[in-house]
Design a protein around this ligand. Structure first.
Ligand code: ZN
Ligand code: ZN
Length: 426
């Protein structure tokens, strides 16, 4: 016999401790793969919730909790834990003043500017409610607290640390990300949801010399300028009008002084795409242009192109998305879940769990912004034309999801989605 135990019973009583946790995490942000304090807090709280088997140090600073509760499907729930080198400017009473040393040895400010503190808080709320209502569901839940999402390293590191052998194989992977939409709204779509992202460092080699005698040099500054301009033709001339891609040169460095022609120039590029075929085409075009422009300049050696990391395309499994959207509507309201008309250009490494573990996966964004700021914006215009420009986005020093009701709604959304996959209780 099944009963419909409401897994959200007790959420109100839990909220004060979740708010406290959120503020604590927010004021103690840590850079990618440095999330030791955060991982400690997560593991401590998870161990205090009855039944969770907790493993620390997975893929560096990752934490995995497993709650086995009888026969039933296995659901993987993922939250990311890292923060960004951003100087917080929100003015919140619990704003971060943290600093850290990055991998290059620079002293940098640190801020939870992407809201990963919200993801941790919501997942720990969900794990608490699942642990307290074990009569209300059956199956296994794998709670994944992942490091280093921002650098596209964390999911890979956890999977490479024997994840598939060490933890139960999921039947579905679910993840959520807070974003600058009105609170209470969730957005997703079946198929491609978020772009693939590929970053490269390009070193262009010339032959330096005196600025007064360019004829005896190969000028890498001119070479770099030609590369940058020609790269602008990749999207405009080689990608179809109905396809999408972005090629950005975000960094360019060469030389020290106006009358010295330097030996080399360095560019850093970021490429976004939402279709694997377009992605290959754009990457090949970038490579071709860089190599050909160096040759056109008479470069003494071929350019060096090194990967700075890449995010996979985030693809939502279609039928699993339908089930999850239904559950999100149940948790947040019929009108609260919007289907995006096209993928967003942000990127995620969440998709690796589903791909590598052979399970369907669904990711969605949920709102953390004050609905008052969206007056006059319809759901349709939000889904098709995006955000009002004055709303701070993730990664902004002003990005500050409303604590309330975002914590509560994030718990409700994730718990509702998880429950749709688990077996009912008895
Ligand atoms: Zn981010
Ligand atoms: Zn993020």
């Amino acid at each position: 016999m099944t009963t419909d135990t409401d897994l959200t019973t007790g959420l109100d009583a839990l909220l004060p401790s979740l708010r406290e946790l959120y503020q604590d995490l927010h004021s103690h942000p840590e850079l990618s793969l440095q999330e030791t304090r955060t991982a400690g807090v997560v593991a401590g709280m998870l161990r205090a919730q009855p039944g969770w088997e907790v493993t620390e140090g997975v893929g560096g600073t990752g934490v995995v909790g497993v709650l086995t509760n009888g026969e039933g499907p296995t659901v993987l729930l993922r939250a990311d834990m890292d923060a960004l080198p951003v100087q917080e400017a929100t003015g919140l009473p619990y704003a971060s003043v943290a600093r850290a040393t990055d991998r290059e040895g620079n002293d940098v400010p640190v801020m939870h500017a992407c809201g990963h503190d919200m993801h941790i808080t919501c997942l720990l709320g969900v794990t608490a409610l699942l642990a307290h209502h074990r009569d209300g569901w059956h199956g296994t839940v794998v709670a994944v607290f992942q490091p280093a999402e921002e650098t596209a390293e964390g999911a890979r590191a956890m999977l490479d640390d024997g994840f598939a052998e060490r933890f139960p194989k999921p039947d579905v992977c679910l993840g959520q990300h807070v974003g600058p939409f009105p609170t209470g709204v969730a957005v997703t779509r079946p198929g491609p949801l978020m772009a693939a992202s590929d970053s490269y460092r390009v070193r262009l080699f010339g032959r330096g010399g005196h600025g007064s005698a360019p004829e005896s040099t190969v000028d890498p500054v001119v070479m770099a300028a030609a590369v940058v301009m020609r790269l602008q033709t990749v999207v405009s001339r080689e990608v179809g009008a109905s396809q999408a891609a972005v090629v950005t040169v975000g960094s360019i460095h060469a030389g020290t002084k106006e009358n010295i022609i330097p030996d080399e120039a360095e560019l850093k590029l970021n490429i976004r795409s939402v279709d694997p075929v377009v992605r290959e085409r754009v990457l090949a075009a970038v490579r071709r242009i860089v190599t050909a422009e160096a040759e056109a300049s008479g470069a003494p050696k071929e350019p060096e192109i090194t990967s700075l990391g890449s995010f996979p395309l985030t693809v939502n499994t279609a039928d699993a998305t339908a089930t999850t959207v239904e559950a999100l509507r149940g948790a947040l309201g019929e009108q609260a879940v919007l289907t995006l008309s096209q993928p967003v250009n942000g990127s995620e490494d969440f998709g690796l769990f589903g791909t590598e573990l052979g399970a369907p996966s669904v990711f969605w964004h949920f709102g953390g912004a004050d609905p008052a700021a969206f007056a006059g914006t319809t759901a349709e215009s939000l889904a098709s034309r995006g955000l009002p420009p004055e709303i701070p986005m993730n990664h902004s020093p002003y990005y500050a999801p409303l604590q309330d009701p975002t914590v509560e709604l994030g718990v409700r959304a994730l718990l509702g989605a998880a429950r749709a996959w688990l077996a009912p209780g008895e």
